[in-house]
Design a protein around this ligand. Structure first.
Ligand SMILES: Nc1ncnc2c1ncn2[C@@H]1O[C@H](COP(=O)(O)OP(=O)(O)OP(=O)(O)O)[C@@H](O)[C@H]1O
Ligand SMILES: [Mg+2]
Length: 386
């Protein structure tokens, strides 16, 4: 059987590969560097650049179907390689193309009646000023392409901040979005399979520090607004004929739910599923891409759960993620119904804020799980000294 191919070799690819082994699904990875986290765990690792047509085509010829860990590859090239090799890519590269540009992503939200923050396109300092005024002097400027973990995002809530943003020269294309006074940020993972079934993991609360996910806890009690949102998302996935996992980030406001952004892939806010569900987001994504059924497999293993990201501290370290294999063992909490597990990504180097791993915890309530995940994360960081 030809392997299922994964474009990219970061931690998301690594966790997909580890799950593929458990499912007995052969996999191959295309990524550029020997130090890429997925390389260590992939027998069929192919060195190459998913942004080069030659590498893509050669790799895809080896595969039964293909998926990706990042939406920032060149979607036109992937579509071309798909046509040339007749190997299917899921989710469709056309969807990747629409979502990787925040402007077309916003237009898609409008098309599917998905509530989102009011916004304006910005291509010059003049546009920035007009948008700032139109958005009542509270705006977030976001690069249209390539932004992640807060890179390419600028909050502008007074004239001074507008001045520094506009004076730095508006390089490239942005959208300006209204700054939202949210009660909390929430997220959900949806998975649609090739037969058209849509599965949702529960809604979770996610907390960002410096625009980067720090922790997640859940499940949240599902209100009417949450159920309505799921209906809209299911319609959206069906309309796009989407196949695979999708991460949806939202703001909960006093006026209801607003979608912040979506990612056409497995997502950081879904890492808790590795321990809190019988099948994780990685499993269901692979099953969907491989044409297998996804319904009825992911069953909760715990009442509540939490996830705490292990982020690189101020100091940079070489070889950081590889120093501590002995810590990748389960850590059991004081309460017998609680437990935590450390997951490392095997990153060659640590940099400030870089995602090096995460801790998953399960317990009776989301708050107990979060407390445990936090303390195991703190202990882990102390043990390894960074
Ligand atoms: N319109 C807004 N109003 C208030 N806060 C916002 C707004 N947009 C973004 N933020 C804050 O900034 C964080 C990062 O923004 P966003 O998710 O759009 O960017 P990103 O850099 O692409 O992040 P990611 O790594 O999730 O892709 C959000 O999680 C939220 O905390
Ligand atoms: Mg985000």
């Amino acid at each position: 059987m030809k392997p299922l191919g994964i474009l990219g070799g970061g931690q998301l690819a690594r966790m997909l590969v580890l799950e593929a082994h458990r499912l007995n699904l052969p996999v191959a990875v295309l990524s550029p560097l020997e130090t890429d986290p997925a390389r260590d765990v992939t027998g069929r690792w192919v060195q190459g650049d998913p942004s080069k047509l030659k590498d893509l085509t050669a790799f895809m010829k080896l595969c039964s179907s293909v998926t990706f860990e990042s939406e920032f590859f060149d979607s036109t090239l992937i579509a071309k390689a798909m046509k040339d090799t007749k190997v299917q890519v899921f989710p469709d590269p056309k969807i990747m193309g629409l979502l990787q540009d925040r402007l077309s992503q916003k237009n898609l939200f409008d098309e599917y009646d998905i509530p989102t923050a009011p916004w304006r396109p910005v291509d010059s300092s003049q546009d920035a000023l007009v948008a700032y005024v139109a958005l009542d002097g509270e705006a977030v400027f976001k690069k249209r392409r390539g932004g992640y973990d807060g890179y390419g995002t600028f909050v502008v809530r007074d004239d001074g901040a507008l001045g520094s943003f506009a004076n730095s020269g508006v390089k490239g294309s942005f959208i300006a979005e209204k700054w939202i006074k949210f009660k909390r940020e929430i997220a959900i993972i949806a998975v649609r399979d090739q037969a058209g079934a849509v599965f949702f993991y529960p809604f979770v609360e996610s907390h960002q520090k410096n625009s980067r996910c720090l922790w997640v806890k859940g499940p949240l009690r599902e209100t009417r607004a949450f159920t309505e949102m799921k209906k809209k998302i299911a319609k959206f996935l069906t309309g796009l004929q989407y196949v695979g996992a999708m991460g949806i980030e939202m703001f909960e406001t006093s006026q209801g739910l607003i979608v912040n952004e979506i990612a056409p892939r497995v997502h950081n806010t879904g890492h808790y599923t590795m321990d809190a569900f019988s099948l994780s987001q990685f499993s269901l994504h692979l099953r969907a891409v491989a044409g297998l059924r996804t319904q009825g497999f992911a069953i909760p293993r715990a009442k509540s759960f939490a996830m705490w990201n292990l982020l690189g501290s101020e100091k940079s370290h070489r070889g950081a993620g590889r120093l501590t294999p002995w810590l990748a063992k389960p850590a059991v909490g004081e309460k017998s119904s609680s437990e935590a597990t450390v997951h490392w990504y095997g990153k060659a180097d640590s940099r400030p804020g870089r995602k090096l791993g995460h801790v998953n915890a399960q317990a009776k309530t989301p708050d107990i799980a979060l407390k445990l995940a936090k303390s195991v994360a703190a202990q882990t960081v102390k043990d390894i000294g960074y």
